[in-house]
Design a protein around this ligand. Sequence first.
Ligand SMILES: [Zn+2]
Length: 56
Amino acid sequence: MSDGTASRGKRSGKKNMVFCRRCGKRTLHVRKKKCSSCGYGDSPKKRSYNWKKKGK
Ligand SMILES: [Zn+2]
């Protein structure tokens, strides 16, 4: 099976991510109950990393 643009249409619709109520992105993992974007469900504080800082 080739892995490329041709296989994109064959992807099954199974996704473990649902919309996060805190950040609004679809980054909340269903089974982990954790948002990979803001950390909802894992930490009461917003998930953030130094390498994610905005700026120059
Ligand atoms: Zn989130």
